[in-house]
Design a protein around this ligand. Structure first.
Ligand SMILES: [Zn+2]
Ligand SMILES: [Zn+2]
Length: 399
C-alpha cells in the first residue's frame, strides 16, 4: 500500500492483517517501486492524491515496468468522481475504491480478482447454542459461503447459519443472486435453515441445490420433506426463485470456471465432502466425518490417505473437529472425529489452514479455544506447516 497518510495506512493495515493478509506499506511514493520490487505483492493499493508523485503517475510507472507490469493495482481515493474512476481504468487499474477503507470494499475487490472469499455463518454441530458463554464463535449450525464475484455464491450446508447469510445478502441489497447450495447430508443441523433462506422466495434468483440420495430416497425428497406442511407451514410452492435439484455421487462437477469434487465420508448414511478449486486456490469442506484413531480396531489408513489426497494443498480445510480425544472414547461410531486424527489428516494433506468446525453443543467458548490450543500444539509437534484456525460467524476472509 502506498498512501501519504500514515493514519489511512495504519487503518487499512489493521483491517487487512485481521483478515490474514500481510501488508507492506510506504508513505513515500518515490520509494514505492523499490518496495514493490522487493516484496512482489499479490496486489498493490495506491492512493490517488499524493504530493510528490500522484497515484495515477505511479500506476503508469508500475505498468511500464517489465517486471512489475502484470501486478494488479487498485486505486484508492476520497474522491468518488466518475472521471477519476475512468482514468484509473484507462491506466489499467483493476479497481477503484472510495475511502474510508472498509473490509467490505477489500473483499469485493478480492472476489472480483479471482480469489475466493469465504464467509462463516455456522460453526456448530448438532444443535444451535444461542446462549451466553457459547456464542463467541457463533451459536449457529453448519453453513459457509464462498463468493466468487459479487453475484455468484457457493454455499455449503443449510444449517441455521444460512439465515444470517440471507440477512447479509439482503442488507447489501443483493436480492438477485445465482447460488449453488451444496448439502453434505440431510441430518438436521445441516438442512434445517433451508426454509429460512430468503433468496428462495425472491423472483429472478437462480438456486441450484446439490446433494446425495440415501438408498431409495432421492435428494430432493430428503431435503424437501421438512417443508411438506407438517414440519413447517410454508411449502416449496411458495418459492418464487428458480430452484433446481442435482443429485450427486462421488464425482467432479464443473460450473463455469469452478471445479467441485466430491468424496463420500465416514458418517451414518451418505455424506459428501466437497473440494472447490478456483483459479489456483482451493477450499475443502469435510464434515461430518469420523477418522478412527490409528490404534483403534476400525482405523482405516487407506481412507485417511485417500482423503488426504482429496484435500491435498487446500488453502482452507474445514473439518469435523467435534471431540477432544478424551471425549471421543465414549462416542465411537457417532460419525465424528477426535482432534488428533484431524491434525494428522491436515498435516498429511499439507493443508495451509485447518478450520476447526462442528463444535459439540456441550462445548462452550473456553472449550473451543482449548481445541485451538490443542490443534496448534499437535500440529507444531508434527513439524507441520498447517495453521489451526477458529472460524467465527459473521467473518469473511479471502483465500
Ligand atoms: Zn452434523
Ligand atoms: Zn451428521
Amino acid at each position: 500500500m502506498v498512501d501519504d497518510s500514515s493514519t489511512a495506512l495504519g487503518f487499512a493495515r489493521l483491517l487487512l492483517e485481521e483478515a490474514g493478509h500481510e501488508v507492506e506499506s510506504t508513505t513515500e511514493p518515490t520509494q514505492a517501486l523499490e518496495l514493490i520490487r522487493d516484496c512482489q505483492p499479490d496486489l498493490i493499493i495506491l492512493d490517488v492524491m499524493m504530493p510528490k508523485l500522484d497515484g495515477f503517475e505511479l500506476c503508469r510507472q508500475i505498468h511500464k515496468d517489465p517486471e512489475l507490469g502484470q501486478l494488479p493495482i487498485i486505486m484508492a481515493s476520497a474522491k468518488a468522481y466518475e472521471s477519476d474512476r475512468e482514468k484509473a481504468k484507462r491506466l489499467g487499474a483493476s479497481g477503484y475504491i472510495v475511502k474510508p477503507f472498509s473490509m467490505e470494499q477489500f473483499n469485493v475487490i478480492a472476489g472480483s480478482m479471482g480469489s475466493m472469499m469465504v464467509s462463516t455463518w455456522g460453526v456448530r454441530g448438532t444443535l444451535p447454542m444461542p446462549q451466553e458463554g457459547y456464542i463467541r464463535y457463533g451459536g449457529h449450525t453448519s453453513c459457509y459461503s464462498l463468493q466468487l464475484s459479487p453475484e455468484r455464491h457457493l454455499i455449503f450446508d443449510a444449517g441455521t447459519g444460512i439465515k444470517s447469510f440471507a440477512n447479509a445478502l439482503l442488507r447489501e441489497g443483493k436480492g438477485r443472486i445465482t447460488a449453488d447450495l451444496f448439502i453434505t447430508h440431510p441430518h438436521w443441523d445441516h438442512i434445517n435453515g433451508f426454509p429460512f433462506f430468503t433468496p428462495l422466495y425472491i423472483g429472478g434468483n437462480e438456486i441450484r441445490v446439490h446433494g446425495a440420495r440415501q438408498d431409495d430416497q432421492g435428494f430432493e425428497k430428503l431435503l424437501m420433506a421438512q417443508m411438506d406442511g407438517v414440519y413447517f407451514p410454508v411449502t416449496a410452492r411458495e418459492f418464487n426463485s428458480h430452484v433446481t435439484f442435482n443429485e450427486l455421487g462421488e464425482q467432479t462437477l464443473t460450473i463455469d470456471d469452478v471445479q467441485i469434487r466430491t468424496m463420500l465420508l465416514k458418517h451414518p448414511g451418505q455424506c459428501l465432502g466437497y473440494r472447490v478449486d478456483y483459479r489456483g486456490r482451493s477450499f475443502c469442506y469435510i464434515t461430518d466425518n469420523e477418522l478412527y484413531p490409528a490404534d483403534s480396531a476400525f482405523a482405516d489408513e487407506e481412507f485417511l490417505h485417500q482423503l488426504a489426497d482429496f484435500c491435498r494443498g487446500a488453502n482452507v480445510l474445514i473439518h469435523d473437529c467435534t471431540y477432544f480425544d478424551s471425549e471421543y472414547t465414549g462416542r465411537l461410531h457417532w460419525g465424528h472425529s477426535p482432534l488428533s486424527e484431524v491434525c494428522r489428516l491436515a498435516h498429511l494433506a499439507e493443508a495451509e489452514r485447518l478450520w476447526i468446525h462442528h463444535h459439540d453443543p456441550d462445548q462452550n467458548d473456553h472449550d473451543i479455544e482449548c481445541k485451538l490450543e490443542f490443534c496448534a500444539e499437535t500440529l507444531a509437534g508434527m513439524g507441520s506447516k498447517t495453521r489451526a484456525v477458529l472460524p467465527r460467524e459473521g467473518r469473511s476472509e479471502t483465500v
